[in-house]
Design a protein around this ligand. Sequence first.
Ligand SMILES: Cc1cc2nc3c(=O)[nH]c(=O)nc-3n(C[C@H](O)[C@H](O)[C@H](O)COP(=O)(O)OP(=O)(O)OC[C@H]3O[C@@H](n4cnc5c(N)ncnc54)[C@H](O)[C@@H]3O)c2cc1C
Length: 509
Amino acid sequence: MTDKVIIAGAGPAGLMLACELGLFGVDAVVVERTPEPRIDAPGVAVNATTIELLDQRGLMDELREGAFPLPTEHFGFVFMESANPGRPHENTLLLLQQRLETRLEKRARELGVEFRRGVELTGIRPDEDGVTVELRGADGATEELRGSYLVGCDGRESVVRTLSGIEFEGVDAVFHGIVGEVEIEHSELQAEHIGVHHRPTGGHFLGAPLEPGLFRVMSAEFGYEPPADDVPVDLEELREATVRLTGVDLKATGIRWLTRYPNTTRNAERYSQGRVFLAGDAAHVHYPFNGQGIGTGVHDAVNLGWKLAATLRGRAPKGLLDTYHAERHPVGQAACDNVRAQVSLCHPPQEMAPLRAIIGELTKFDNVRRYLLDLVTGLSVRYPSDQEDAHPLTGRRLPHAELVTADGATSIPALLRAGQGVLLDLTGGLATPYTAETEGLEDQVTIVFAQATPCIEAEAVLLRPDGHVAWAADTDRDPEGLRTALATWFAAPTACRGAAPRTHVSRLP
Ligand SMILES: Cc1cc2nc3c(=O)[nH]c(=O)nc-3n(C[C@H](O)[C@H](O)[C@H](O)COP(=O)(O)OP(=O)(O)OC[C@H]3O[C@@H](n4cnc5c(N)ncnc54)[C@H](O)[C@@H]3O)c2cc1C
């Protein structure tokens, strides 16, 4: 019997999962068919959820250098102000996916995760105790690898999903596009090429100078049928698309990489099947409005990582792994749905113009803008709770508030760095009876006493290792609710497996 977790695919979802499993000391291996980290990852922006999840594991500081916040947000290219009261971070950051992937792979390797690059997963044989996968190297040699779990983070064409027979239903492409990086003297670029443009035809054009002589480009066109898949995309095809969308020629002289992409929207019927899980684009795919592509996949990974780790350490309450599908499948569906709504707003342009105008007016109401921003940045995600009368914070993420403890200043993301659960007492110690409830869970739940903050509307909060609220209480106290939440998400050691107890209690002055 092995405890190894096999991750198929080193995109953002697979790499984030690798970091999470590495953090929890799980024996994990990433199997990736490209021999080297790719230079052609298509993403350019990450949303608030991705920023929070990276920040809570200490990964944002380095990435923030050279990244910059978008001054406006949009819903289907109806632009709105990006102010983010109550959330001390940006809604969307321009950050190349390639940089994100490089950072995540570095961290995963530092945490001891094994990488098998240049190896393709070609077959799977799941059984009750684990999964055997078939791998094929670049030289054609095949081998088998055994794991306790397999997580398919292998993208929209996922082999893991296909071989598992999991349906991937949805809507076929309603538009097509080209994405890539081309060589061009920046002096040749026109204003029409730079930034994000929603065209009167309903299509989109995005262009960003990256470094001297290099330009990132992305087009999206409704009603355009691209050449067959086996016809390579060339500069001429890109220039024609650019002229159609911007009216101005793009005098590119060379290609660094260029590819076509379809706009399909699909959500897998199941995110787990026995010991096989799906995350990222393997589970859900949609047009990547608002950084929702990377965001939803990274969020999957952070949801799954601690649950797999707890299960392998013998510290998972019954049914913990089942909550992965239960929590993430609706989130994937919601992302597909809001993106389809946004795409519908773009086309056909003339029919949609009056509706776009009304939505534009509505976004001037603060609560409408907040609703739309939370929806597209993933901040509106709230996992369902079985508890009757659950506190409104239950299932949500807390704002990344600053906190004052006896040990000095700290913050919500800082408390989550180690991947522990956190019982946060904001009463100045008045609610200390709560702490007794965590007996036996000292290695899983850190108790922190901090001063009350207006950013968190509760007196005590239990955070899961992924930063979502498992339980919260106001002045009414609720030890019974806390007991239930602890029993739902954490389990005391039952056998000799697991790490030595580690208690951290941070008291108020
Ligand atoms: C044009 C375009 C622009 C985009 N822009 C953004 C953006 O700005 N922001 C955003 O958030 N999202 C964006 N996205 C979406 C984003 O790129 C994806 O959502 C994200 O890459 C999905 O991550 P993933 O890890 O799930 O899968 P992927 O990134 O697809 O990674 C899957 C990995 O699995 C590997 N793999 C596949 N099959 C196998 C196999 N059989 N064996 C071994 N390895 C395998 C692949 O080589 C790949 O490395 C964009 C997408 C497109 C098409």
